[in-house]
Design a protein around this ligand. Structure first.
Ligand code: NCD
Length: 329
């Protein structure tokens, strides 16, 4: 079985392979009927133990566009509210013979744990503060294709905001660095992870200075729901010091890009002017979500023939292929 739990094991080659598969899924999505039979007969379970809008919807849309069957599951409306454990829940679903789990959980490591309990593929859709690999794939896809290439070599990316609680930051740093980018993190000391010294990044507390040298500014939400104590004095002060305000837009090069994984809190970490600036790629990021997740589902399941149905078909047509398709196949 093939899982996608973290970015790191993919390396540059794996990320680029998934990006070129995403190009092919973009083509499928542009058809009058945006569907391929590639995963016909496969069942994908979307297991969201934590709230989500774009990630859940885009995974479910991705599975349907590849003709997989989708089973939905939400912790709040399942037997988990009666006290059933994650393990028993997974074993129950497993008995129904499914091919992939898409897992989001508020605790780090749950998708990894589930992968030890099932033979189906497990895809991490965000675990605690640990990782969010498909967000990193869609972000780097958006950025590489915007630049008209495959890598991010020499690109200077300034990531600003609540790095400490952000699984997006951790996965995006891994993917961006693997593709050759240089990263500067900008945050108050209380919103940096204690282990930041081990990250392959520079750290600054001066957003104005960092913006002047940025090719990309990647803004992160302040995750108040993950804070046990107040880590910023006031939100007004946070915005003044670390927000991408209308004034700061003028510091950014005309060719720079603004990114945000969503959900945005307009007026707090990002001003409406910045969110709607022509340099913003935020809508392109969301648009890349479905084809990226189609690529990930195809990549995990086409290499994981557990079903008796014909295994996989080329996403571009009905012809069977035996393994992960390459550009030539
Ligand atoms: C993020 C998440 O849930 O990790 N959103 C997303 O998936 N696009 C970031 C956040 O909640 O701020």
């Amino acid at each position: 079985m093939v899982d996608l739990l973290d970015i790191e094991p993919l390396g540059r080659a794996g990320i680029e392979e998934l990006h070129s598969l995403t190009d092919r899924m973009v083509e499928v999505c542009s058809r009058p009927i945006p569907k391929s039979p590639a995963l016909r007969g496969r069942t994908v379970v979307s297991c969201f133990f934590e709230d989500s809008t774009r990630t859940r919807l885009s995974f479910e849309a991705a599975a349907r566009r590849l003709s997989a069957d989708v089973m939905g599951f939400s912790a709040g409306s399942s037997s988990m509210s009666k006290g059933e454990s994650v393990r028993d829940t997974i074993e129950t679903i497993d008995a129904m013979r499914v091919d992939a789990y898409v897992v989001r959980h508020r605790s780090s490591g749950v998708p990894h744990q589930i992968s030890r309990w099932t033979d189906a593929s497990v895809i991490n859709a965000g675990d605690g503060q640990h990782g969010h690999p498909t967000q990193a794939l869609l972000d780097t896809y958006t950025l590489t294709r915007q630049r008209g290439g495959t890598g991010l070599d020499g690109l200077h990316i300034v990531m600003v905001g609540d790095i400490r609680h952000s699984r997006v930051a951790r996965s995006d740093i891994d993917a961006m660095v693997a593709l050759g980018a240089e990263i500067t993190l900008v945050a108050p000391p209380t919103l940096l992870p204690p282990e930041v010294g081990t990250f392959p990044v520079r750290v600054s507390h001066d957003l104005d200075a960092a913006l002047a040298e940025a090719d990309v500014v990647y803004v992160l939400r302040v995750q108040r729901e993950r804070m046990a104590e107040a880590l910023v004095p006031t939100m007004r002060e946070y915005t003044a010091t670390y927000g991408l305000t209308a004034r700061r837009l003028a510091l950014l090069s005309p060719n720079a890009h603004i990114m945000h994984p969503g959900p945005m809190v307009r007026g707090l970490e990002i001003s409406p002017e910045a969110a709607d600036d022509p340099r913003a790629l935020i809508t392109a990021q969301v648009a890349a979500g479905v084809p990226t997740r189609m690529a990930v589902l195809f990549w995990t399941l086409a290499a994981n023939p557990t079903s008796e149905e014909p295994v996989s078909t080329d996403p571009m047509n009905d012809a069977p292929v035996s393994a992960v398709p390459t550009e030539e196949s």
